[in-house]
Ligand binder design. Structure first.
Ligand SMILES: CC(C)(COP(=O)(O)OP(=O)(O)OC[C@H]1O[C@@H](n2cnc3c(N)ncnc32)[C@H](O)[C@@H]1OP(=O)(O)O)[C@@H](O)C(=O)NCCC(=O)NCCS
Length: 324
């Protein structure tokens, strides 16, 4: 028996930061950002709003569409690299706010791949007898963004997406997941300070070590190759062909990455789900945010074959194939 996605939900904060707004913050232009990334605007939290606040909204919506009570959840897996605090896990804060008193809860740290990693773990538990697992990707990327660095600040946004996973049938649901990592390339995308190696201090803050540093150009090339590889792995493992994929939902990093991957896979543009023009790169939230939009807009229909592919810091890359 497969596990199946019983419901989806998402949430983005109200505050919009457009490319035009960024023009007054760093030396950039709407034209450069739109052409090089495909992003036109992104959402940012209001002061005081944290990862758990976004996660709560997305989770409640997913529970409603799944018709599952929070009190029936067995496990909450929250993928994030921008949790409310280092301790406790944001998943535990969420467990309390949802009233999911029976559920075990922990955070999953796999950067932009976090949601697919969490989905894979949830799938394994449901397949082996657990009933309801809430899987969330929630990020406040604005908290780890250096708003004076034009190389990175144009890319990221805040948001959350969630799914409720439960028992399904033999021929529908999560058909497979594949996870990968290569720690040799950990310096490609990193936040060097603020952890136990270089704890938060005035010096760390002054040197902007608590913000994302990225080798954008190298990352770009590896992202295309890795997501292509993970996508092929998913279809091969299930004995289907790429032409059978109905909807492709890649991690929303950069429009040029998404188009290059789908082109290499031979997937036409109409099968590619894109919403990064509105939200930017929301890291672990990006796939569930796009998935929920695809469900709400009825781009995904019952029986569709949905391919998820992610790539992120670590480096990590992953895929999942879902029969809707
Ligand atoms: C970051 C990214 C958009 C940069 O695009 P690029 O085509 O690789 O651009 P480059 O880094 O080669 O820089 C080209 C020039 O644009 C400049 N530039 C960088 N950011 C700019 C900005 N926001 N506005 C204007 N110019 C900018 C650079 O300084 C460079 O100028 P130079 O040639 O005078 O040195 C792109 O590399 C990217 O998206 N990489 C993947 C990042 C990603 O998705 N990471 C997360 C993965 S989960």
């Amino acid at each position: 028996m497969n596990s199946t996605i019983l419901g989806t939900g998402s949430y983005v904060p109200n505050r919009v930061l457009t490319n035009a707004d960024l023009e007054s913050m760093v030396e950039t232009s709407d034209a450069w950002i739109a052409e090089r990334t495909g992003i036109r605007e992104r959402r940012l939290v209001e002061s005081g709003q944290a990862c758990s606040d976004l996660a709560l909204e997305a989770a409640q919506r997913a529970l409603t569409t799944a018709n599952v009570n929070a009190s029936d959840l067995d496990l909450i897996l929250l993928a994030t690299c921008t949790g409310d605090n280092p301790l406790p896990s944001t998943a535990c804060l969420l467990q309390n706010r949802l009233g999911a008193t029976r559920a075990a809860a922990c955070d999953i740290s796999a950067a932009c791949c976090g949601f697919v990693y969490a989905l894979s773990i949830a799938d394994a538990y449901v397949k082996t007898g657990m009933r309801y697992v809430l899987v969330i990707g929630s990020e406040v990327m604005s908290a780890i963004t250096d708003w004076t660095d034009r190389n990175t600040c144009v890319l990221f946004g805040d948001g959350a997406g969630a799914v409720v996973l439960g028992p399904g049938s033999h021929d529908a649901g999560i058909l497979s997941t594949h996870l990968h990592a290569n720690g040799r390339l950990s310096d490609m995308i990193q936040v060097p300070g603020g952890g136990s190696k270089a704890p938060g201090s005035k010096e760390i803050l002054d040197n902007k070590q608590c913000f994302i540093k990225m080798k954008g150009n190298e990352t770009f090339k590896i992202a295309v190759k890795s997501m292509e590889e993970a996508a092929h792995e998913a279809v091969t493992a299930n004995g289907v062909t790429m032409s059978e994929i109905d909807v492709f939902i890649p991690h929303q990093a950069n429009m040029r990455i998404l188009k290059a991957v789908s082109q290499r896979l031979g997937l036409p543009q109409e099968k590619l789900m894109i919403n990064l023009d509105k939200f930017g790169n929301t890291s672990a939230a990006s796939i569930p945010l796009a998935l929920d939009e695809a469900v709400i807009s009825q781009r995904i229909k019952t029986g569709d074959l949905v391919l998820l592919a992610a790539f992120g810091a670590g480096l990590t890359w992953a895929s999942a194939l879902v029969r809707w």
